[in-house]
Write a protein that binds this ligand. Structure first.
Ligand code: SF4
Length: 314
């Protein structure tokens, strides 16, 4: 994928591959600017045009490559097949329409529902996502809701048409810790109830630990490590994963932040993009880009020349 910027063309995502099955939750993790969110936009056909474009690869949904479909066909899939929850519901909801009308619009547009039917369906959905007093609040405007309740409205819109794939992009980042946990629990409950495939994009390892089945850690737009979340958390194979784990609040007395900052995507370091920050770096890392390679464990893989040593705690 490439973006045209005032300072030249950048490649925010390069060779990033993953799959997600019905009923499964995949967490796509990485620091801000790692390419997670543009990946989600690409999946949904929502890359900002004309600056951004997918320059290679495939985005397969149910065996069909979405990159080969006309934009109108991809738009038709959004809602009934694939839906997305964004980080900031206030900028995703229309401030001048009542929330009930915005939720109900999904039923009017895709199911041909009458105004009355759409309103009843909106109230039902608002109850289902835990908005108290839904029959009254259906007539409120977005600014009359708290951040957590607005996110519930967004989730109601996303699940309105029973999508088979839900992409949640930093769905709890703007919320305080208690509300974060409630929204994550809601998403996890709905995912189980509907049997959806869910891609959960976040920078926060702590948020997804109890919710996701598998994880993909992204660094500088490239896959760093992937595997079942418990296995990766218990024994990371990539120094970046290990560094993130050490910087998580937990039992340890002192948190150890990863030194340095994520690289400029317009000027990635040669070899392994993580090498300037990596305590395991050797000469080879500066010259040779590590490719994702399989490790012991179901679906386990890492892009690191020293993965086995990291895994062994060397
Ligand atoms: Fe560190 Fe080298 Fe592994 Fe990159 S390839 S993460 S620099 S050890």
């Amino acid at each position: 994928m490439q973006f045209r910027t005032p300072t030249g063309v950048i490649t925010p995502v390069d060779g990033l591959g993953f799959t997600v099955a019905p009923g499964e939750t995949l967490a796509v993790l990485g620091e801000s600017g790692s390419g997670k969110s543009v990946t989600a936009q690409a999946l949904m056909g929502l890359l900002p045009r004309p600056a951004g474009r997918v320059t290679g690869g495939r985005i397969c949904y149910d065996g069909v490559d979405l990159l080969g479909l006309p934009p109108a066909e991809v738009r038709r899939l959004r809602g009934p097949e694939m839906a997305m929850v964004f980080q900031d519901p206030l900028s995703s909801l229309n401030p001048v329409f009542r929330v009930g009308a915005q939720i109900g619009e999904m039923f009017r547009r895709h199911r041909g529902a009458s105004r009355r039917e759409a309103r009843a369906a909106a109230i039902d959905l608002m109850k289902r996502v835990g908005i108290p007093d839904a029959a009254t609040r259906v007539d409120d405007y977005p600014h009359q809701f708290s951040g957590g309740m607005r996110q519930r409205v967004m989730i109601a819109m996303a699940i309105a048409l029973n999508p088979r794939l839900l992409i949640a992009d930093e769905p709890t980042t703007a919320l305080d810790v208690t509300v974060q946990a409630q929204v994550m629990a809601l998403l996890a409950g709905l995912q189980r109830e509907y049997g959806m495939a869910m891609v959960l994009i976040t920078h926060d390892l702590g948020v997804v630990a109890d919710v996701a089945d598998r994880m993909l850690l992204v660094y500088a737009g490239r896959a760093a490590e992937t595997g079942r979340i418990r296995e990766v958390y218990d024994r990371p194979a990539h120094p970046y994963t290990a560094g993130l784990m050490a910087s998580l609040p937990g039992d340890q007395e002192r948190l150890t932040p990863i030194p340095g900052a994520p690289p400029n995507l317009a000027a990635l370091p040669p070899g392994c993009a993580f090498h300037p920050r990596c305590p395991y770096a050797i000469d080879r890392c500066r010259d040779e880009r590590p490719l994702l390679h399989a490790l012991p464990g179901a679906g386990r893989a890492a892009a690191c020349h020293r993965a086995q040593e990291v895994l062994d705690g060397a």
